[in-house]
Design a protein around this ligand. Sequence first.
Ligand SMILES: C[S@@+](CC[C@H](N)C(=O)[O-])C[C@H]1O[C@@H](n2cnc3c(N)ncnc32)[C@H](O)[C@@H]1O
Length: 201
Amino acid sequence: MSIPPTRWFRMAQSWHLIAAALKTRAANGRPQAIRIIGVATGQEAYSLAMILEHLEIPGHILATDINPELIDYASAAVYTDEHVREAMTAGVLGPVEVLNFFANLASNVWTVTPPVRSRVTFGVADAGSDPLETCDMALARNVWTYIGARGRAHLLAELRSAIPAGGIVATGGSDFSTHDSPHDALPGFTYAGAAGLYVRD
Ligand SMILES: C[S@@+](CC[C@H](N)C(=O)[O-])C[C@H]1O[C@@H](n2cnc3c(N)ncnc32)[C@H](O)[C@@H]1O
């Protein structure tokens, strides 16, 4: 299995904005429905689950990828010392806080704690053709270049119908060419001005 690039708390500056947006939306006490598209080996989903736990924001994450082998890996949630170090030094949550969200199973074998694991459901889905359920926030980060023009049009249409006004889409650093204005990348959404975040009009 070839492992696509991903990291714990990838794009550190975006997580503070994502957390702030979730906090605001959860202020009425309604659990947040969060969708992750192209989750790869799970780090993105568990990073967000750790933030939700840390901030005590009610909500659940449905995280999918087109590759069932990656979803098996992500569901198993087995990581190494190097992964734990990466999460601890990402600069989003404090190192001790992050360490408390991992459990050491054996030498160089770690998993995430049950409260973090229970925040995430994984599944297989093709972002370029499958429907999206209604959600408050979708992370579609570093996946747009994989799915072709028709896939991108499909994903944009799905995001527009799945996300209500004020909901958030997070994109990644590799998603839209530096020649495109980020303001034009997702019609129907307004660029939040930083870190690849968009707000549904
Ligand atoms: C570079 S990784 C991004 C991982 C993570 N989102 C991040 O930003 O770190 C891209 C992922 O998109 C997945 N992918 C590619 N085509 C897809 C599709 N049509 N539907 C869903 N996921 C897809 C790949 O399997 C891979 O796991």
